[in-house]
Design a protein around this ligand. Structure first.
Ligand SMILES: Nc1ncnc2c1ncn2[C@@H]1O[C@H](COP(=O)(O)OP(=O)(O)OP(=O)(O)O)[C@@H](O)[C@H]1O
Ligand SMILES: [Mg+2]
Length: 363
């Protein structure tokens, strides 16, 4: 499959275990993910949930312990060291949070950009031409002679993005690229990602602690304890949804071409208001190929569900109850469960979603 809507990237049951002083640290425990060509995807999750471990594997910087990771038809687990090296240099671009890790501070912007192309063996004329195109694209052509140390944090990250794109990768991976810049600069970087995604048909995966990300990308996947747990998907444009009355939109979100990998809407039903989270988003829990889903801890605590539960099929869907007795609802987690409470504003719900996933308050 190589069409425009086929997955560029598939992770199937991905496991990453680090050995530290004789102990095993499980960073990824059976993670499933599928990213469509041309998609721009956000990844969020609490600190230590495995986001960087995942990105390092996708970038060919590290190898998984088990499972499958296929990028553009290549199973990264099976590549030789030399082939993985080639993959890393030619097919992916990487941007880290710390500008110092992306760039050589004592070289100029243009020299930083020249380096990966020289290593790739490009002739000097082509290198100059490509550098100009990239620097114009990220708005730094005027700054080409400046040393990196003379640039602002945002300009350094723009340079890093240009460097990451120097070898024309099809996949750009960014690990908290806005972590060290202010919110206005972060917005500018997200704008650049979106523009590159649109105009250069670049597939982009961005890890972020920045709540802004939910408004910047089409889909945000949350990782909890080394597994994809839920995702927020921006609705299709209104006209696309209304034009197919008899064929409702597929429950499988963009990028959901992995066999047996389903995303289900969690909070809304036919009669419910259009969106539980924000006017143009739906939240889904992710089911893996074995039908497993992660129920957020706070939901389990809310209903007193321990290590056993019963499932009941109702007209509305599937009801999960504690194994013994009825649900022990105390204070409703979601306003729609409390008739006396006024409906929450979408912004409030988005904040709660964010806090539940990252343990942080949205700003
Ligand atoms: N090189 C390593 N050696 C040993 N353990 C590691 C290594 N890298 C990550 N880990 C561990 O794996 C788990 C996942 O870490 P990871 O860096 O992927 O999380 P993260 O979601 O990126 O966190 P953060 O938001 O803080 O960057 C953590 O328990 C971490 O301590
Ligand atoms: Mg990290």
């Amino acid at each position: 499959m190589t069409g425009p809507s086929s997955p560029l990237l598939i992770c199937d049951n991905l496991v990453k275990i680090y050995q530290v002083a004789g102990l095993e640290v499980v960073a990824l425990q059976g993670l499933d993910l599928s990213v469509t060509r041309g998609e721009i995807l956000g990844i969020v999750g609490a600190s230590g949930s495995g986001k960087s471990s995942l990105l390092n594997i996708l970038g060919g910087l590290d190898r998984p312990s088990a499972g499958q990771v296929v990028v553009d038809g290549q199973d990264l687990l099976k590549l030789s060291d030399a082939a993985l090296d080639r993959y890393r240099r030619r097919q992916v671009g990487f941007v880290w949070q710390q500008p110092a890790r992306n760039l050589l501070p004592y070289l100029s912007v243009e020299q930083n950009l020249d380096l990966p192309m020289a290593v790739a063996g490009l002739a000097s004329g082509e290198r100059r031409q490509r550098a100009r195109g990239l620097l114009e694209r990220v708005g730094l052509w005027e700054h080409r002679a400046h040393r990196v140390a003379q640039l602002s944090g945002g300009q350094q990250q723009r340079t890093a993005i240009a460097v990451a794109l120097a070898n024309r990768p099809q996949l750009l991976l960014a690990d908290e690229p806005t972590g060290e810049v202010d919110s206005a600069t972060a917005q500018g970087l997200f704008d650049l990602f979106r523009e590159l995604n649109r105009t250069a048909a670049l597939t982009i995966v961005v890890v972020s602690h920045d709540p802004q990300i939910t408004r910047q990308v089409d889909r945000v996947v949350a990782i909890r304890d080394g597994k994809t747990s839920s995702e927020l998907v921006r609705d299709a444009p209104a006209q696309a949804v209304h034009s197919s009355q008899e064929a409702p939109p597929s429950p499988v979100a963009p990028g959901g071409a992995l066999r047996g990998f389903l995303r289900r809407q969690v909070h809304s039903s036919q009669e419910a208001p259009p969106s539980p989270v924000a006017p143009d988003y739906h939240e889904y829990v992710v089911l893996d190929s074995a039908g497993r889903l992660q129920v957020p801890q706070e939901y389990l605590a809310q209903f007193g569900i321990g290590d056993r539960a019963t499932l009941e099929v109702t007209r509305e869907g599937i009801m999960i109850r504690p194994a013994a007795g009825r649900p022990v609802a105390t204070k409703p987690l979601l306003p729609e469960l409390a008739e006396e409470e006024p409906p929450a504003q979408p912004r409030g719900r988005l904040n709660r979603w964010w806090k539940a996933l990252t343990g942080r308050r949205s700003t």
